[in-house]
Design a protein around this ligand. Structure first.
Ligand SMILES: *Cc1c(COP(=O)(O)O)cnc(C)c1O
Length: 405
């Protein structure tokens, strides 16, 4: 057996496939928005496991949900349905534009289902020539081969052999670039309401409405990837609700499980009808444990008081970041909405987001990057004002360290 003292960062390099470069510390315990590492050092968590831990760590409602369901039934596969999946689907349908839900285990899987559904819908209704999917530069939709090909960074899909075809890329927030590509052969346009991995870039209201109109004109589906923006993160249950523009298909994951793996694709009854028996599936998708936890997340998050807290937390974050910037002059702007914010580094600190991320960890606060020029914050939706202020005091010290070199 490996002794506790040997379970350290060095062991990662010994036994793990080297596709990640994790930080040196190993967190072992969390409560709310505080986390402790193996040495007992405490961190304020502004990262939320990349917009996943929507209710912080070990929220009592989620601990209770997982324990209660764990003592009932864990797994049936889709040869049987189960009560938690049906309850969760009903709540998602009641709370959104959608009539139908497909459950998966991750964001990429939810998007994979969305893209396959769009293709099948178009094939059934219009024929094989209507197969083009339009997405956007800098977009991110997951790491399966189809989703990474649809995503806007060729570097992530290069080097794995022939890519799925009929995928086109337009420029985000540039309607003319969409007009130049869209046609009656387009089956779907897919976008994130706020590009997350691409640098916390919000869609403009006019652009989103313009894309919706173009989709209507060409009988193309509008797919919104709300894997990062969904489940209350922007102060509405889903970000599309901020715009009054309704998608045909929506994908959700990350915050939906609050840390337990689950994803879902939401759509209308007419479109859903094209994923007939046997056309798609997943062994674990919609399993009782994941759905029981996600149901507890949704019950807790989808409350006016929580949505209010997300927006007041945003204001506090923005005030604190403005105060830090007044002192150290490192950011050109703060983008995003609710508890998905990006502090954009100015010219002087361009390409140095990782330095800020590492300095933050040194000073006891977990932040994220979104590309080389943006420090990203995606904390718990219910992080307390005290934790925000404490975390920002620590982040200010990190900024000071980077500025003083
Ligand atoms: C994280 C993310 C995904 C991929 O989700 P996984 O659970 O990692 O597969 C897809 N789309 C967006 C917008 C994301 O932020």
């Amino acid at each position: 057996m490996t002794a506790q003292s040997q379970v350290n960062r060095a062991l990662f390099d010994e036994v793990m496939v080297p596709n990640y470069a994790p930080a040196g510390i190993i967190p072992v315990q969390g409560k709310g928005s505080r986390v402790w590492d193996q040495q007992g050092r405490e961190y304020v968590d502004f990262a939320g496991g990349i917009a996943v831990s929507s209710l912080g760590h070990c929220h009592p409602a989620l601990v209770n949900a997982v324990k209660t369901q764990a003592e009932k039934i864990w797994h049936l596969s889709n040869v049987m349905t189960n009560e938690p999946a049906l309850r969760l689907a009903k709540k998602l349908v009641d709370a959104t534009f959608a009539d139908k839900v497909y459950f998966a285990n991750s964001g990429a899987e939810a998007n994979e289902a969305a893209f396959k559904l769009a293709r099948r819908w178009a094939l059934d209704k219009f024929g094989a020539q209507k197969d083009q999917i339009i997405s956007f530069g800098k977009s991110f939709h997951g790491r399966t081969f189809f989703t990474v090909t649809v995503g806007g960074q060729a570097a992530y899909s290069d080097g794995f052999g022939p890519k799925p075809g009929a995928v086109l890329h337009a420029e985000f927030n540039n309607l003319d670039s969409v007009k130049a590509l869209i046609s009656d052969n387009t089956c779907a346009v897919v976008l994130e309401p706020i590009q997350g991995e691409g640098g916390i870039i919000p869609v403009s209201a006019e652009f989103l409405q313009g894309v919706r109109d173009l989709c209507n004109k060409h009988n193309a589906l509008l797919i919104m990837d709300e894997v990062q923006t969904g489940v209350g993160r922007t102060g509405q249950l889903y970000a599309y609700m901020n715009y009054g523009v309704t998608p045909d298909i929506l994908t959700t994951a990350k915050s939906l499980g609050g840390g337990f793996p689950i994803g879902a694709m939401l759509t209308t009854a007419d479109i859903a009808a094209h994923l007939k028996v046997g056309t798609h599936g997943s062994t674990y998708g919609g399993n009782p444990l994941a759905c029981a936890v996600a149901e507890a997340v949704l019950d807790t998050v989808n409350q006016p008081a929580v949505m209010q807290q997300v927006l007041s937390n945003e204001q506090l974050f923005r005030r604190e970041l403005a105060a830090i910037n007044e002192q150290y002059h490192v950011f050109s702007e703060v983008r995003g909405q609710g508890m998905l914010l990006g502090a954009v580094l100015n010219e002087k600190y361009k390409s140095r987001s990782r330095d800020f991320f590492l300095a933050a960890a040194d000073h006891g606060v977990m932040a994220l990057v979104a590309g080389p020029d943006v420090v990203r914050f995606a904390p718990s939706l219910v992080i307390t004002p005290e934790d925000i202020v404490e975390g920002m005091q620590r982040f200010a010290l990190a900024v000071k360290q980077v500025v003083n070199g």
